[in-house]
Design a protein around this ligand. Structure first.
Ligand code: ADP
Ligand code: MG
Length: 234
């Protein structure tokens, strides 16, 4: 399997593990302003997605993202199934020519655009969009303007998502189930913004692991135990 394909499978597995660990927390958040199904929905969906991508034969990152998205669409009900799954399927096309800093930015932008199209939510409506917009904007700027290495750009994006998720607490819900609560939604962190943050943290961990592994390989390659290239006669 290609290194990028392998990393993509590892990323989905990592997300599934993290979401499973956070199932209770997501359930609690959705109990406060929704119907308490977000933890169960997400845990079931990502566990199935991890299984589905593990079964792929030599996949590239686009196929992994598409397969995960399709699985989420069929396994996760509620508002978040089509938002997460459908947007992931759509954005996966941006990775078809491979995973590069540029294609990662395009993937993130297309994913955000799709979530907005489908859900019609803006920043300040107390949804996953509140975590996504700062994360995607920060990622794009970090790559394209600041020229940061992709993993550092992703770390900045995760910080931005964290602040975005926190921003959902003092505002009122205008979309989704939580909006039925009116002013009573104020004071609660949005479940979807929170799961978006967890997913991004898992992606960052995977990217860091991969960077560490690549660093270790570089050290091996320059170590004195590797014979010098050159004339074998010498
Ligand atoms: P449901 O609300 O159908 O029970 P979930 O509990 O799985 O679905 O997901 C709820 C999350 O979905 C919310 O916390 C919010 O982040 C997100 N959400 C709901 N409606 C929208 C929307 N119109 N646009 C963007 N995100 C939304
Ligand atoms: Mg719910």
């Amino acid at each position: 399997m290609s290194a990028d394909g392998q990393a993509a499978v590892a990323a989905v597995e990592r997300v599934a593990e993290r979401i499973e660990r956070e199932r209770e927390r997501l359930t609690e958040l959705d109990s406060a302003i929704g119907d308490a199904d977000h933890g169960g929905n997400m845990a079931r969906g990502w566990a199935s997605a991890a299984e589905a991508v593990r079964d792929l034969n030599d996949p590239d990152p686009a196929t992994v993202a598409k397969t995960a998205g399709k699985t989420l669409m069929s396994e996760v009900g509620g508002a978040s199934g089509p938002l997460y799954g459908g947007s992931l399927v759509f954005a996966s096309a941006e990775l078809e020519d491979g995973l590069t800093p540029e294609s990662a930015v395009a993937f993130a932008e297309t994913y955000l655009e799709k979530v907005r199209d489908r859900g019609d939510a803006s920043v300040g409506d107390q949804t996953m969009v509140d975590a996504l917009v700062p994360a995607v904007h920060t990622f794009k700027k970090s790559v394209e303007v600041d020229d940061l290495p992709p993993v550092e750009a992703l770390a900045k994006a995760v910080d931005a998502a964290e602040r975005g998720a926190a921003f959902t607490v003092p505002i009122r819900a205008n979309k989704g189930r939580a909006s039925y609560l009116g002013w009573r939604s104020v004071g609660h962190q949005d479940p979807g913004a929170t799961s978006t943050l967890f997913i991004m943290e898992a992606l960052l961990e995977t990217a860091r692991d991969r960077l560490d592994a690549a660093g270790a390989a570089d050290v091996d390659a320059t170590s004195p135990t590797v014979p010098d290239e050159g004339d074998p006669e010498e």
